[in-house]
Design a binder for this molecule. Structure first.
Ligand code: MG
Length: 368
């Protein structure tokens, strides 16, 4: 397929930190995607969650299925915009590799523990996983991914952290943009989680279809589905609603982004970096998307049952952090001989799955 002149390609890529022979039979970015899929951190995504804890139910999204949904959405959008689908897929599959166990609660807890030691931020950790922590290759630490994949994984970053990161941090200091493929992966993430959280929220009973009547993005589709299929069972109403929501958001994002790109007369990748963010929703859909996000924050992420689980997650993470800080001999040997002990503890905890963290807590704190 012909890519747009401002798409990322192997020819305009800044390449890998350690030079390698070009792959045969696949593109550089397919190679990145394949390395990500074969990483240990990727396999652990199956047992990490965003809102629910892994053992709460087999039907809920895990970070693995979330990442696959993000990749699906990002690929659809990049293909329509004649951009590099392989790159968007690689970024999407890697974007959550640095997440702690127990979703948002785990991240907050580990960040609080790490306050005196430089903090903990999951985007930076995702980059650290692919740059340093995966240790399987003979010739380098990490996965030695292309610059554009690494840049896409690091979607947010403080100025202070950016200054320590070399070329991948530069854009935050110069307020330049990442590739369009990275911008797409970022918004595909938001589309995926808003919609699957509605689906999981309804399935779990934390939220109801009636509550969602006040959320325009959802309501218009519920009404449409009920009108078309008056006797449809609720489960199917939910799926028909969610797929329409995703379609609406994706179609709007493509249309608005096409208009934004056309208005800039881009000729090369460097023009993308100098332009304002071009991958965007229309103002109306953005407002609806934000309203849904707000609804989920209030009604789902702060639902008392979720808060109880978050409370436990905080407890588990901070207990583990404290005990490993006090006694490094309790750490598995590969995490012991580090100069920066706090960072080694954070790496160990962040790499845990939900169930591993629960078991580790039990092994250390329970007598029997
Ligand atoms: Mg995500």
């Amino acid at each position: 397929m012909n890519l747009a002149p401002y798409a990322v390609t192997a020819a305009n890529s800044r390449g890998r930190q350690i030079a390698e022979t070009p792959p045969s039979g696949r593109t550089e970015f397919q190679r990145d995607r394949d390395r990500i899929i074969h990483s240990g951190a990727f396999r652990r995504l199956e047992y990490k969650t965003q809102v629910f804890v892994n053992h709460e139910g087999d039907l809920f999204r895990t970070r693995l299925t979330h990442s696959m949904e993000v990749a699906q959405i990002a690929r659809s959008i990049t293909r329509r915009l004649h951009l590099n689908e392989d790159l968007a897929e690689a970024i999407s599959l890697a974007h959550d590799l640095g997440h702690t166990p127990f979703g948002h609660a785990g991240q907050d807890a580990l960040n609080a523990c790490m306050q005196a030691h430089g903090g903990f931020e999951h985007n930076l950790q995702s980059l650290r996983v692919v740059d340093v922590l995966e240790q399987h290759y003979a010739e380098f630490d990490g996965l030695n991914l292309c610059f554009e994949t690494r840049e896409g994984i690091l979607k947010h970053c403080s100025q202070a952290a950016a200054a320590q990161l070399g070329e991948v941090g530069e854009r935050f200091l110069q307020s330049r943009r990442p590739s369009l493929e990275a911008q797409i992966a970022n918004l595909a993430d938001a589309i995926a989680y808003n919609n699957h959280d509605v689906d999981d929220g309804l399935r779990s009973g934390l939220i109801t279809l009636e509550q969602l009547a006040d959320v325009p993005l959802v309501q218009q589709h519920i009404l449409q589905v009920r009108q078309l299929y008056p006797d449809l069972p609720t489960r199917r109403v939910v799926h028909e609603t969610v797929r329409r929501m995703i379609n609406t958001l994706v179609a709007d994002l493509i249309q608005q982004s096409q208009a934004n790109i056309a208005a800039q007369s881009l000729t090369c990748l460097d023009d993308v970096r100098a332009a304002p963010p071009l991958i965007a929703f229309s103002a109306d859909i953005f407002a609806q998307h934000q309203a849904l996000k707000q609804f989920l924050r209030i009604n789902m992420y702060h639902h008392y049952q979720v808060e109880r689980m978050s409370h436990k997650a905080h407890r588990i993470i901070s207990d583990l952090f404290t005990v490993f800080m006090e006694n490094r001999n309790l750490l598995p040997p590969q995490f012991q001989p580090q100069v920066d002990h706090a960072r080694a503890v954070a790496d160990y905890i962040a790499g845990m799955t939900d169930r591993y963290a629960i078991r580790e807590h039990r092994r250390i704190f329970e007598v029997t």
